[in-house]
Design a protein around this ligand. Structure first.
Ligand code: HEC
Length: 157
């Protein structure tokens, strides 16, 4: 079967288009300026990050987006409000490893913990945790948080 001039033209055009496409894919590769731009989340100074975002980044993986936790893995943060009733409970919340060792500075940690207590546990701390208070507490993370928790009054009572 002989190819009509039209078919030959179409085939040539297809080939040219392919070459053009390959060029489009190949040429801009070295010029990926965007990849060297810092990610918007990491670029933003920590102090400006909303506490809800800090929570999503550093806590929700274990405690879930709504704080309900995962049975046997991470406790329910909706239940922690009553721990604020005693000084020991208040200190515990700043020293439990998930809080004390969160990769945020004291200021962001204070805003984060106040947010968790207010928005997730429905119990705004009075007074709110300050960066200074948390700086002191987190310097001594609990080695055995489960044992420490058992020494506190049962928050469900
Ligand atoms: C790797 C999983 C994990 C991450 C991430 C994590 N936690 Fe936890 N969290 C736990 C576990 C497990 C416990 C129980 C105590 C323990 O074993 O440390 C706990 C306990 C707590 C408690 C005490 C709750 C109670 O009822 O005793 C609080 C408050 C808390 N976490 C807050 C946070 C906050 C805020 C963040 C984010 C900055 C965070 N956690 C990140 C796993 C995690």
């Amino acid at each position: 079967m002989t190819r009509s001039p039209r078919t030959v033209y179409a085939a040539a055009a297809t080939r040219l288009t392919m070459i053009g496409l390959i060029g489009l894919i190949a040429i801009p590769m070295p010029a990926r300026a965007e990849s060297s731009r810092p990610h918007p989340t990491t670029a933003r100074p920590a102090s400006a990050r909303p506490a809800s975002e800090s929570y999503r980044l550093h806590c929700s993986g274990c405690h879930r987006a709504d704080g309900r936790g995962v049975p046997g893995v991470a406790p329910d943060l909706r239940e922690i409000g009553p721990l604020l009733r005693t000084a020991a409970g208040r200190a515990y919340l700043g020293r439990v490893p998930g809080v004390a060792q969160a990769p945020v500075d004291d200021d962001e940690l204070a805003r984060l913990l106040n947010w968790v207590l207010t928005e997730i546990a429905g119990t705004p701390p009075e007074p709110a945790y300050s960066a200074e208070e948390l700086g002191v507490l987190r310097a001594e993370p609990l080695r055995d948080p489960v044992a420490a928790r058992k020494l506190l009054p049962d928050p469900k009572l």
